[in-house]
Design a protein around this ligand. Structure first.
Ligand code: PLP
Length: 431
């Protein structure tokens, strides 16, 4: 029977299998045909604590019977208040930097970033209305970035075949080169020049420490710190997209902590609910909020969606925050990271692989393969191979990466790396 479903990021014409999953627990997905898969990428980087965490499942069930959904324009509920207070408590802070003090809810990483961009432009717009500064519209971005698939978030992301169809709709940005090893100063010089240009930028948006969908590219904390300092010096708003990196992925709760950076605006999503249900948040400093707080209706922040701060999603997020408060999640991440590091080093010794890299519980390695470009059939062939071997992975071209749930145990980790080694034998060539 054919399905009417049009899947995201799936080329239906290739005839790739679409496994049907009936149940999940921890790091394991149970398939309708009785098979199982180890979820090596936390179902698109979201299920941080593993699938169907009992505390999160219970919080969802309890909230669903109490208050499900509430219009959030001028109404509030306790789960949203609790999570907002928790986010502000946990947000990065540093001496001499304005703290993040306000939380705007939305439903996905893309919307959290859209909101961040709208806040930045809204800030400069409202200052201009008061005659305090000329309006600013230009956004600076980091090369190879990915921030989502809406028109706005594609505009601030890398351009390529994946957004070519919509290129007439994407707005112009200033692109700062990626700080590749040995080229860090070029990045900083380029940012300095862009910030000092006559057309002053409104904001600079970055993925902190690691660019995800752009290829799992890691850059040093001191570069992030210097980028933030340049923005502060030029009064360009610094937006950090912690959608992928947040919730412990890089070893700290938020990646920008490792650089001692406090952004003006920060987007979080994915693991905010432990990955059980959609929710996102954009955190901002008081100056961004205050620029929109007025008796003048023209200055309010015009953004909303029907499900903003859905009460069930907020209850799941509250349970996630409780897990972070009460359980040794950092210890779990450290164990997993150590386990990955030892195995990744052995894999990197194999001639089929190159450029092993790791940041916390994110690991990536490049397969030496002929015809490994974005549109080659390598990634689908690898996906099929992994599926056959009981592993859910989604390579980016020839880059195979892991982003597993923190509950992945040693046996499962061994299984994952055994399959990776076999993939090297099957598809790799000697470098
Ligand atoms: N920003 C980053 C850094 C991401 O990695 C992603 C998704 O992978 C997004 C934004 C978009 O998030 P979502 O898919 O929830 O819209």
């Amino acid at each position: 029977m054919t399905s009417p479903i049009w899947h995201p990021f799936h080329q239906h014409g290739l005839g790739e299998p679409i496994p049907r999953v009936v149940r999940a627990e921890g790091a394991v997905l149970h398939l309708a045909d009785g098979g199982t898969l180890i979820d090596g990428i936390s179902s698109w980087w979201v299920t941080t604590h593993g699938h169907c965490h009992p505390r999160i499942a219970a919080a969802i069930a309890e909230q669903a019977g109490r208050l499900d959904q509430l219009i959030f324009a001028g109404y509030t509920h306790e789960p949203a208040e609790e999570v907002a207070r928790g986010l502000i408590d946990l947000a990065p802070r540093a001496a001499g930097r304005d703290p993040l003090t306000h939380v705007f809810y939305s439903d996905s990483g893309s919307t959290a970033v859209e909101v961040a961009l709208k806040m930045a432009l809204g800030y400069w717009h409202n200052l201009a209305l008061d005659g305090l500064a000329p309006p600013r519209h230009r956004i600076l971005v980091l090369e190879h970035g990915y921030h989502g698939d809406t028109i706005g978030t594609m505009s601030v992301g890398e351009r390529g075949v994946y957004n070519q169809a919509w290129s007439p709709l994407l707005f112009d940005v200033g692109t700062i080169p990626f700080p590749a090893p040995g080229r860090e100063q070029r990045t900083l010089d380029s940012l300095e020049a862009a910030c000092a240009a006559p057309e002053k930028p409104a904001a600079f948006i970055v993925e902190p420490l690691i660019l995800g969908a752009g290829g799992m590219l890691i850059y040093p904390a001191h570069v992030l710190r210097d980028m933030a300092a340049i923005c502060a010096r030029h009064d360009v708003l610094f937006i950090v997209d912690e959608v992928m990196t947040g919730w412990g992925r890089t070893g700290t709760l938020f990646a920008c902590e490792q650089a001692g950076v406090v952004p003006d605006i920060m987007a979080v999503a994915k693991g905010i609910t432990g990955g059980a249900i959609p929710l996102a948040a954009t955190l901002a400093t008081a100056r961004i909020f205050d620029a929109h707080k007025s008796t003048d209706r023209a200055r309010l922040f015009y953004h909303s969606s029907s499900y903003t701060a859905n009460a069930i999603a907020c209850a799941a997020a509250a349970a996630n925050l409780a897990i972070w408060r009460e359980e040794d999640v950092p210890g779990r991440i450290a164990n997993l990271s150590d386990g990955i590091a030892a195995r990744l080093a052995r894999l990197a010794d194999r001639p089929a692989f190159a450029h092993a890299r790791q940041l916390g519980a994110i690991a990536a390695i490049d397969l030496n393969a002929p015809d490994a470009g974005y549109l080659s059939d390598l990634a689908p062939r690898l996906r099929a191979f992994f599926l056959e071997r009981g592993l859910l992975l989604r390579p980016l071209g020839n880059t195979i990466y892991l982003m597993p749930p923190y509950c992945l145990d040693t046996d499962q980790l061994d299984q994952v790396f055994a399959v990776l080694a076999d993939a090297g034998e099957r598809f790799g060539v000697r470098s």
